[in-house]
Design a protein around this ligand. Sequence first.
Ligand SMILES: [Zn+2]
Ligand SMILES: [Zn+2]
Length: 110
Amino acid sequence: MDPFVPLGRVVDDQQRTCNYSPSNSRDTDCGADGAWHVMWNPQAEVSFACDPHMAEARARFVFVGAHPVGPDCGMPGALWDIDENRCVHPDSPAAESAEASAPLHVQELV
Ligand SMILES: [Zn+2]
Ligand SMILES: [Zn+2]
């Protein structure tokens, strides 16, 4: 069984809102400001989560990494720095990181 969180549709990452969505539709989106930036799986699929939904994800799922939302999170061209556990723009020094792919929607956490 796949231990990673099930991911649904692609959403606009630049809003940086919680991507939790129980039925994977716009109507059920959490929509709270994202407090956490999460890399859900080894395919480097990332999205944002608010505090309560991050806590729920931590309790229920395996994921690659998570860090508090920073200035470069979700920005075009920003890279996920695995070692520093934050997002950096490639222009910044020490941007040796996995490229974060298009964000996907987290669904059916409940
Ligand atoms: Zn949420
Ligand atoms: Zn980030």
